[in-house]
Design a binder for this molecule. Structure first.
Ligand SMILES: Nc1ncnc2c1ncn2[C@@H]1O[C@H](COP(=O)(O)OP(=O)(O)O)[C@@H](O)[C@H]1O
Ligand code: SF4
Ligand SMILES: [Mg+2]
Length: 361
């Protein structure tokens, strides 16, 4: 029996007027484009639909340049997406006035890859952490809240009282960034490669800290990284991105044990070598430019299962097993990651020159 199938259910978009209670963030047809000069356009994010459930950690993984950070910033409306919408707690951020968005902003916080350069070098640590309270008119709470949150992230308020960022290691600066993000009691924390610049031993400490903070403050995390091992470690569900689109979404263990999208599969099967996985790369050439992405399925130029259909038809996101979604015309079902890729679909022809010959039947 072939392990590929097209008989899946089309994923329906949630009805606009029925926000699901456990969904804190919903991205609908999110598109972000940048001008690239000479009339060209960078198609950084091209129609993402995604729901983030309250209290979960959703990992967003994919090769460098696939649009992860742009997605994270679009959620924050920094800048506003080119089209599509971001619903936070059931409210479409694009439909709100700038004052209403401003009021919601404390609930959505973001931390970044390079903690040292994202902290003001001239400010002392307690001021850096307390500044958001001042900005939001809650300066009177600084003396009580800042020491609490510093202790929560594992820093001694007295020891850091007169220190500035350059006096700390990268891991300690990331603790300061996390404290600053938490001081306004956000609902959602978007973590953009928060451990990628840190030593492996420090990475584990920061991941543990994020887990602790999530439990303590009831946070929802969107965890962006190119390192599959890190994403696997921390995420409840994982969304895999390729060239501006989501190609697979599912519960972490199921997705890593038996990926259904050829790209996820190539990514995950490169984990034993770790090097490729840590760079979030697969060994089938380079990602095409987002200025001129391939027609149909954007992964087709590197996909060993590509067929003619893949060049002419954009694969829609479909639910192929309970809770498992993929955008692929020929998903790989019921096949553990250790097994070889199934042959291309009978009757179709390769479009990329690397696919195996179609079966005879
Ligand atoms: N402000 C910008 N102007 C032009 N191109 C951009 C801008 N920001 C990101 N890009 C491009 O969009 C694509 C996605 O970038 P990014 O979201 O940073 O990817 P990732 O975080 O996955 O590495 C890349 O090709 C990048 O060069
Ligand atoms: S090229 Fe075809 S088989 Fe490969 S991932 Fe895309 S849709 Fe699936
Ligand atoms: Mg990035």
């Amino acid at each position: 029996m072939s392990s590929t199938t097209d008989s899946s259910v089309v994923l329906e978009k949630p009805a606009e007027d029925k926000p699901s209670e456990d969904v804190v963030l919903r991205l609908e047809d999110l598109v972000v484009e940048f001008p690239a000069g000479a009339g060209q356009i960078v198609h950084a994010v091209s129609g993402i639909n995604l729901e983030v459930r309250r209290g979960e950690t959703l990992g967003l993984v994919g090769e460098s340049g696939c649009g992860k950070s742009t997605t994270g910033r679009a959620i924050m409306q920094l800048p506003k997406p080119t089209s599509g919408s971001v619903h936070f707690d059931g409210r479409d951020l694009a439909s709100l006035s700038s004052e209403e968005v401003r009021k919601l902003r404390p609930k959505l916080q973001m931390i970044f890859q390079d903690p040292i350069s994202s902290l003001n070098p001239r400010r002392r640590i307690p001021d850096i952490v307390g500044d958001p309270l001042v900005v939001w008119g809650r300066g009177a709470e600084k003396a009580k809240v800042v020491p609490e949150v510093l202790r929560a992230v594992g820093l001694d308020p007295e020891q850091v009282a007169d220190r500035r960022p350059h006096q700390f290691s990268g891991g300690q600066c990331q603790r300061v960034s996390i404290a600053r993000a938490l001081v306004l009691e956000p609902e959602v924390l978007i973590c953009d490669e928060p451990v990628s610049a840190l030593d492996v031993s420090v990475q584990a400490q920061i991941l543990n800290l994020l887990e602790d903070m999530k439990a303590r403050y009831g946070l929802t995390l969107v965890f962006i990284a190119h390192d599959l091992g890190v994403v696997r470690n921390i995420s409840d569900r994982v969304a895999v991105m390729y060239l501006g689109r989501i190609c697979e979404l599912g519960p972490t263990e199921a997705l890593f044990d038996a990926p259904v999208h050829p790209y996820t599969r190539l990514l995950v099967s490169s984990i034993p070598s770790m090097e490729g996985a840590q760079r979030g790369e697969v060994g089938t050439g380079e990602m095409p430019s987002p200025v001129s992405p391939p027609s149909g399925c954007r992964f087709r130029t590197r996909c060993p299962l590509a067929t003619d259909r893949c060049a002419s038809e954009v694969p829609e996101m479909r639910e192929v097993a309970p809770g498992r979604f993929t955008a692929c015309h020929h998903p790989i079902l019921d096949t553990p990651v250790e097994a070889p890729l199934p042959a291309a679909v009978a009757g179709d022809h390769s479009t990329n020159g690397t696919a195996p010959a179609p079966a005879d039947s």
